[in-house]
Design a protein around this ligand. Structure first.
Ligand SMILES: [Zn+2]
Ligand SMILES: [Zn+2]
Length: 345
């Protein structure tokens, strides 16, 4: 099969689109024909060499997969041939204490799909059956591939980490990015008032269509935290979902109300952040990180998409070999939602 191999990370990375053996199947693995694979910031950071941990040489990246089951290992019982499925981000064993407790994304022996084990930037990928959720046949694969990361990842952060309640005010930074556009929709579906933060004026209208009540432009004369305070009668936001990280740290904390919760979902630059810690103390603030998604919440994301409560936002689809066009759009911040790659088309 012709897969995209990351030969040497860098800017630009050295990539090869070349023949490589089809993945071997273990007894509890399913072989998926990859119908669509989202292009995540994680992939861009791995390609450019910012993120090196856990990336083997000659890696096949890509963890935002929708595939059709085309072959089964001898002991598979959970999925059937021909079904359309979406994997978690981790090839979870299904047997360890964390998997049995429903924390498959923290599986003790689990390896990340698209770094520890080969990912979806290839026509075929092998995934442990316990890491799969079934999606309705009629759901377009370019949308379904976004249901684990970024949709499920945003859902977990909102539901389990931020513990967002109806009626609360939530600020979403990087609101027009892949995590942001889905976090805005999910927070709105849960009855919160959503304030989006974006760097581009052209994205204001589309974000309001997704459910943001207000949208603030970052990078203006006034820090966006000042605008958020003004919009909330100087009270601040109950929750900030930050998909950007260090470049906004400080401003994100200053958006918080008393007892506010800041949840970190992304770090785009991999740099240290600076903050006067009194800003945290005086607010009784909570700062937490959140990554990944477990199977229960992936299944919930699938159900919410099937029910129309969240619509995966696809900026464009590209053949896998044109990945560098997508990376370029990312770097120019031209995206609204995700670029989705088609390894078989
Ligand atoms: Zn992702
Ligand atoms: Zn496990």
């Amino acid at each position: 099969m012709r897969a995209l191999i990351l030969e040497t990370p860098g800017n630009p990375p050295k990539l090869a689109y070349r023949d490589t053996p089809e993945p071997a199947l273990g007894p509890r693995d399913a072989l998926l024909r990859v119908l669509a694979c989202g292009l995540c910031h994680h992939d861009r950071l791995a390609m450019t060499g910012v993120l090196r941990r856990g990336i083997p040489s000659n890696a096949i990246l890509g963890h935002e997969i929708c595939g059709e089951v085309v072959k089964l290992g001898s002991a598979v019982t959970r999925v059937a041939l021909g079904r359309r499925v979406v994997p978690l981000l981790t090839n979870a064993c299904g047997e360890c204490e964390r998997c049995l407790a429903g924390q498959e994304h923290r599986c003790i022996s689990g390896q990340g799909i698209g770094h520890g084990v080969p990912g979806g930037f290839a026509p075929y990928v092998a995934v442990r059956e316990t890491a799969l959720a079934t999606v309705p046949d009629g759901m377009p694969p370019e949308q379904a591939c976004l249901l684990a990361c970024p949709t499920g990842v945003a859902l977990q952060a909102i539901q389990d980490v931020a513990c967002l309640k109806a009626g609360e005010t939530v600020v979403v930074t990087g609101a027009s990015g892949g995590l942001g556009v889905h976090a805005v929709q999910l927070a709105r579906a849960m009855g919160a008032r959503v304030i989006g933060v974006t760097s581009s004026e052209s994205k204001l209208g589309p974000l309001m269509e997704l459910g943001a009540e207000d949208v603030v432009l970052a990078g203006g004369e006034l820090d966006f935290s000042e605008i958020v305070l003004a919009m909330t009668g100087e009270r601040g936001a109950d929750v900030v979902l930050d998909t950007v990280g260090s470049p906004l740290f400080g401003s994100t904390v200053r958006c918080l109300a008393q007892y506010g919760r800041l949840v970190l979902l992304g770090e785009v630059e991999g740099r240290p952040a600076q903050l006067n810690l009194a800003e945290v103390l005086f607010r009784d603030a909570v700062i937490r990180g959140s990554t990944g998604v477990n199977r229960r919440q992936l299944e919930q994301a699938v159900a919410m998409a099937a029910g129309g409560q969240v619509k995966p936002v696809v900026h464009a689809t590209l053949p896998l070999r044109d990945i560098l066009i997508g990376i370029g759009w990312m770097q120019e911040r031209r995206l609204f939602g995700r670029v989705v790659l088609l390894p078989n088309g």
